[in-house]
Structure formats: C-alpha cells, structure tokens
Design a protein. Sequence first.
Length: 449
Amino acid sequence: MYEIGIFDYIMAGLWLVILGMGGFLYASLKSSRNSAYRFYNYALWAKMLGGLGFALTYSYYYDYQGDTFAYFADIRYLSNMFIEEPSSILQILTQPSGTFNSETYHITSKLNFYRGEDTFIVIRVITLLNLLGGNTYLGTTIIVSFISFHGVWKMFLLFREYYAKIETELAFSILFFPSVVFWGSGILKDSIVIAGVGFMLYYLNELIVKGRLSIFKSFFLIFVIYVTATAKSYVVISLLPATALWLIPRVQQNIENKAIKVFISPIIFVVGLGISVYLFTLFEKSFERFSLDEVVATAQSYQDWHYYGGDFERSGRGSSYTLGEYDATLPGIISMIPSGISVTLFRPYLWEIRNTVMGISAIESFFVILLTLYTFWKVRITRMLYQFRTDSFLAMCLVFSLIFAFAVGFSSYNFGALVRYKIPCIPMYLSVLFVLLNCDKLSFKKRAA
C-alpha cells in the first residue's frame, strides 16, 4: 500500500507553481484576442486542486485505495525499472498488452494490469509522466490533471464558438461542475476519457467543419480516438451516431451548388452511415468486451460486482442501486432505457444518501433535476424540437448524452462508480439545457443544418 510522504507534497507544490505560472502567462497572451480565456486560470486551478483533492480523498478517506493506487503501483514500478532497464520498459510500453517476452517477463509478471489493454493503456499514458512527477503519486496527479484539463478546455472553446453569448453558463457546465472536476482529474481512466472526448470533438470541428486540414491535427485525432477507444470503447461507440448527426449536415451545408447538394446529400448520408457501421463493427472485433454478443454479459457482471459491494460504504465500492428485473434480450434491454438514462442524470436522490461522497453527488443530481424541470417549464416542446432540427451540433450533444447515460446507468449498478463513469455526458447535457433556456438570444442561422 502506497503511503503519501513529504516528497509527494513537495512535488505537488512544485508542479502547482510551475503549471500555475505557465497557465497565467499563456492566458495573458490569449485573453486579448479571446475573452473566453478569462476563465482559463480559474478553471486550471480548479482542475489541479480537484486532482489533489481526489488524491487525498483516496489516500485518507477510503479504506480501499481503489484502482487509482493499483494503477500507480504499476506506474511506479515501471518508472523505477526505467532507470535500470530503459530499453525494456520502452518495449513493454509499446508492445501489445499480455505479450509474452522472455526478456521482459521478469518485469511484466509483477504488473497488475498487463493482461488487459483497456487497463494497461492507463499505464502506457502515465508512466513517463510519472518520471516528471518525481515518481510520486501527488506530483503525477497534478500533471495528469493539467493534461486532462486541456482536453476539457478544448471542449469549452468549441461550445463557446457555437454559443458565445452564454459562455458563463457553458463555463459552469464544462469547466466548473464539481463532479466533472473532481472525478476527471486523478490517475484513472476517467481523466483520460473526459479529455479524449474534448479533444475529439474539437479536432473533428477543426478538420471537417472548418476544413482546416493539418497532418498534425489528423494524427493527433487518430491518437486520441485510439487511446479513448482502448480505455473505454463504449465512449467512442456512443459518439459515432451522435457525431454523424452533427457532421453530415455540416458537410452538406458547405456545398453551395443546390443541384449538387440535392444529388450528393443521399450519397453523403449512405457513406456516413456506412462508415459508422464499419467503425462499430471494427470496435466489436477489436474490443470484444463491448461487442453486441457480450454487452448483456458485461452489464450483468458489472451489476453483480457493484451490487455485491454495496455494503462496504467506505471501500469506494458501496452505495449500490438496482433498475429492477429485466429480460436479457434486446426488447428487455430497450425497456430499461428510460431507467438507465434517469439513474445517470438524476440519481442518487437526496433520500438515497448513505455517505459524504454520495451526498455531494445527490446535491448535484437534484440541481440537474431542477434545471431539467425548469427548462421544460420555460421552453415549449415545439421550440425544443425546432432547435434540435436546426442545430445539428445541439442535436449531437443530446443524442450522445442520452446514449451514454443509458450505457453507464444500465451497467454500473453502483453510485460510487456511476458518479465517475457519467462525467463525459454531464457537461454536454447541462450545456443543452442552458442553450435551450437561452435560445431566444442565440442566433441559429449560421448553424442551421
């Protein structure tokens, strides 16, 4: 069991100062050209302090140190061995997980997460960063939170580009919502995934919508998709139909000749649909754990494990829930869609609080309930439908939020896990609500599709 020492605090303090000063200088240069950067320093410090709070919570609050320290055990071991055998460590970090190699077996046999690519990707990404963090848990957490922040920042810049008049509401939804800041800043998959979603959306917009073709942007996008899909393939699968809904109309909109547009629109739709189906099939083959044949078994195993851990409130695995009985068939799963979405977006309820962390999550969920009800009270259904029909980006956000909310709500069965898993969809869902509430002052003409 790793114990935080004085050197952890020294490295954390050092990186807070270095990255904080660097962020201040960067924002100062950018703020004169883009007013959005007035949020940059506040958001950066919120993210880094959120990562520090996450690390200290798992160190001193939970009896069970969780996956974050299990990951760090492998990271720390590889970092130590890097000093002695740098070529062997680089080979391990670049070869497929689970590969047997007699030259590196004395190292890989001692790793917790070497066999699974979806977990070993965390080790691949963070091990070299840990060297910068002085091989300390707190120092490395600050660096991870800094990098993760910039993926979230790209998401904010993208949303602000579409809805500049409500940048304060967007900043709250994307940069400052407590659970997104806290659970998306530690040494976990979730920090990688939330950053990956932000980077993917931003660079898809740059390359496809704006047509700013770049070799670097293209390769970086491919890299981000690979890392995110490897860590949690269902995130990318959830994004496929949503981004198609967004990008296909934008491609059509960029065609000025009406005759060509009428002729090519069905072709674009068919090609886009074909690409989506192909990518979905590719993910099925590459990530069998989330294939259609395995989805029920995977969900049930998650449900059994998390529900079993429901009595251990301070273990980090407590606070279980159930959606009720269902048939393990496609119609049975479809019947659970409303319950799965509801539990992700609106639970735990205030009367379901069983510990401190769950209490904070319940307050957030209550806020989301109130904002949702207020939106339906203030905005007519017909107006909502019009906004989604005329704004493909907004429609994308809603579709992804709902698909993803069902996926994690249906499979988690534990509020402690759910509060982490759901963070990619919360910023988008809240942003959708704020856009709908302010649709009268937002101009949709330029985004109509």
